[in-house]
Design a protein around this ligand. Sequence first.
Ligand code: X90
Length: 280
Amino acid sequence: MNINQVQIVTDSSSDIKKLDTVGFSIAPLKITCGNTDYIDDENLDVENMVNTLAENNQTSSTACPSPADWQLAFNNAEYVFCISITSQLSGSYNSASIAAKNYEEEFPQRKVFVIDSLSTGPEMVLIAEKIEEYVISGLSFEEVCENIKVYMSKTRLIFMLESMKNLANNGRVKHIVAKAVGLLGIRIVGKASDEGTLEILDKHRGEKRALSAIARDMKNMGYKNGKLKIGHCLNEEAAFALKENIEKLFGHIEADIYPLGGLTSYYAEKGGLILGFEIE
Ligand code: X90
C-alpha cells in the first residue's frame, strides 16, 4: 500500500484530532440535550457542553454516525481502516459495517477493514497509532488486518468515574450500578471487559484512593512499561497525579495526557478519567 492511498477512520469517540503521517478522519457522534445538538467534531466546545449539561436537568441522549457519515469519512481512499466504539454499547460498528459493504460494492477495487474496538477513547488511539505504524513499515492490507488483531489482545482500558448518571439514563449500565457512584466522594474504577462492556473493578472513597488503586489494577492486568494514554474530563490534575502513581510502581513512562472529546466527556462526566495502555 502506498501511504497516500490509506485512510484511517474512527468514530469521534476515539478523540483523535490527527495522525502524523497517514490520512485520518472521523465520523462524528452526536449528543442531544433538549433542542440542542452537539456534533462531536473539531468545532465542539467540550468544556462548555459539559458544564451546560451538568447545570441542566433535561434528558439528553447520544446518537452514533450513520452509514453515510462513515462513508463520507472514508474520503475516497483505496484502503480504509475503520475503528468503532464497542458494538456492545453503540450502533456505530453496525453503521460502519454497512458503509464498508456499500463502499466495496460501489468501488470493487477498494478495501475496507472494520474493527470493533470493544472499547473506546484511549484504547482506540493505541489501535489507530499501531495501524499507522504498520502502514508506514510497508505491511500489506491483509497483514495489517492480521497483525492488528494480535495487537488488540494486548491493549486494555480502565476508567474512573464520579458519576454514571448519563450512562444509566441512556441504558448503558444498570441504574443499580450507577446509584453506588452518585454518593459524594465515591469513585468507581472499572475496565472494558473482553466482551466490550463496562465492568466495575472497585469503589473508592475519594479520588486519591481511586488513583492509587488504578496503578495497582494496571499491574494486575499485566502493565509493565507500555504505551499509556490518559484522557480526562476537566480533570487534568487527576491525570497527572495518576501518572505519578503509575511511575512510582513502574518507573519513568511516556504518557499522553489530553482532554476527552465530546462523546467520551458526555459519558465520563466531569472529573472522569479514561486510560488506555499496552500490557506485556
Ligand atoms: O451510539 C451511541 O449513542 C454512543 C453510546 C456510547 C455509550 C458508552 C460510552 C462510554 C464512554 C465511559 C467509560 C469507558 C467505558 C468503556 C467500556 C467498553 C466512556
